[in-house]
Design a protein around this ligand. Structure first.
Ligand code: CMC
Length: 429
């Protein structure tokens, strides 16, 4: 049933009748596209607190109920039964694959896993202690210079190939960035291994001896990748879409997504959590940290806590918490930071400040501890997030490129600067 909202300006006698749009599930939205034309006014919504920027059929979140669905499938079911590559197929294509469809997708991703040899020279241009996120962002952006055959975004076959290349190459590039910073020779992808095992080999295998990889490592990584694969219109995905709206090539769009992900309020939080836990040091220091986080003048927030959308619990955090205990037990890791994390979670969940503001552990609170147990260095945590989120980014980019009424993203503003004034020569100022 279609309905409208009538908006009357208190400044003028202008009225706009605005249609109300509904999705398949979730709240309705007022279509304000004609508001400016009809009333001369804009809407103001910094941080997009009440604004839907697009229609999308990929991911659904109900933040109050702690629900996360990829193409309709609950994250808990995908975490239990699916794999990262199957989930990537689902995000991109909208349906779970048949056996043949999956084999074909896996074959394509596997056989595009090598990076262009010239990229090695490119990597050597970075300073030896460059942050891997800086390297990843620059290197992914540079892929446009290597793959001219996938830059015509009007061609569905080129778009598909670009999507496959991005998912296939990002683990190889990420591992190469890491190895460059520690002075190890770059390891080529071994295509007889599946996606996550292949990545761990590229990270840790040295030419001088075989790699003894515990089974739980690739399993844990696969789970983390499923949980991080998409999250509807988060800051980095919205960035990918904003850049994509200009007609920019997919490598530029994903490089922009990586840059947005790096911020500590977004994907950079997993790195920040570990630094915070290390700074807190011991469970008996947790009380002080809680008091600092509550003090607005301290400039300190509990990293890995709070979420723009989840105001009850983050369903990914529940799954990761369980996996964290399993991985640490399976690997026999005694990490004192886990004790600090558990004490911090317990104390914050009892504290009225956090209860009133509905601040709960988010996906990043425990993921860093798992990465640490897998011997992934802290600076690589956000890179891991970027590898997983690439499948979400390309799914959104592909969806955007088949949306008939897509427009360039171009927000308006409330101007607060000086009104029009005349230039004065320097001698008269
Ligand atoms: N520690 C202490 N206080 C907090 C925290 C926190 N982690 N998060 C929010 N608050 C307070 C904030 O000070 C404000 O208080 P008041 O109402 O008194 O002014 C209130 O809670 C609402 O915060 P907000 O900043 O308006 O909320 P937001 O929806 O704009 O921000 C957030 C969401 C995730 C950026 C924020 O909770 C935060 O900075 N968390 C820490 C960083 C983090 O863990 N980020 C990862 C997010 S999940 C993974 C991802 O999406 O990349």
């Amino acid at each position: 049933m279609s309905s409208n909202v009538i908006l009357t300006s208190s400044d003028s006698d202008k009225t706009a009748t605005l249609p109300v749009l509904s999705g398949s599930v979730g709240p309705s939205a007022i279509d304000i596209g004609k508001l400016h034309k009809e009333t001369g006014m804009f809407t103001y919504d910094p941080g997009f607190m009440s604004t839907a920027s697009c229609r999308s059929a990929i991911t659904y979140i109900d933040g109050d109920a702690g629900v996360l669905l990829y193409r309709g499938y609950p994250i808990e079911q995908l975490a239990k039964h699916s794999s990262f590559l199957e989930t990537s197929y689902l995000l991109i294509n909208g349906e779970l694959p048949t056996t043949d469809e999956f084999r074909s997708f896996e074959h394509d991703v596997t056989h595009h896993s090598m990076m262009h040899e010239s990229l090695k020279t490119f990597l050597h241009g970075f300073h030896y202690d460059a942050h891997p996120m800086a390297m990843l962002c620059g290197t992914i952006g540079s892929l446009a210079a290597f793959y001219h055959d996938t830059l015509d975004i009007e061609d569905p076959a080129q778009r598909k190939l670009a999507a496959i290349r991005l998912i296939a190459k990002i683990p190889t590039i990420a591992a190469a960035c890491y190895r460059y910073t520690i002075g190890w020779p770059i390891r080529y992808p071994r295509n007889n291994l599946e996606y996550c095992t292949r990545f761990l080999h590229m990270m840790f295998e040295v030419p001088s001896e075989p790699l003894d990889l515990p089974e739980v490592a690739a399993k844990a990584l696969d789970l983390l990748f499923i949980l991080h694969a998409d999250h509807e219109q988060n800051a980095s995905t919205s960035t990918v879409r904003m850049v994509g709206s200009t007609g920019a090539n997919p490598y530029a769009c994903v490089a922009a997504g990586i840059a947005a992900l790096w911020g500590p309020a977004h994907g950079g939080a997993n790195e920040a959590v570990l630094k915070m836990l290390a700074e807190i040091g011991t469970p008996d220091q947790v009380g002080k940290a809680i008091e600092r986080a509550k003090d607005k003048n301290s400039g300190f927030r509990l990293m890995g806590f709070g979420h723009r959308v989840y105001k009850n619990f983050d369903p990914r955090a529940t799954i990761i918490r369980e996996m964290c205990h399993k991985v640490l037990n399976a690997l026999g890791v005694q990490d004192p930071l886990l004790d600090v994390a558990m004490k911090l979670e317990e104390a914050a969940l009892k504290d009225p400040y956090f209860i009133e503001r509905k601040l709960y552990p988010n996906v990043d609170f425990y993921s860093g501890l798992i990465y640490k147990a897998l011997k992934i260095p802290t600076e690589m945590f956000t890179v891991m997030f970027a590898i997983a989120r690439t499948s979400g980014w390309v799914a959104h980019w592909l969806e955007q490129n088949t949306t008939p009424d897509a427009k360039i993203g171009r927000p308006r503003q409330i101007y607060t600067g000086a009104p029009s004034r005349d230039y004065r020569p320097i001698s008269g100022r």
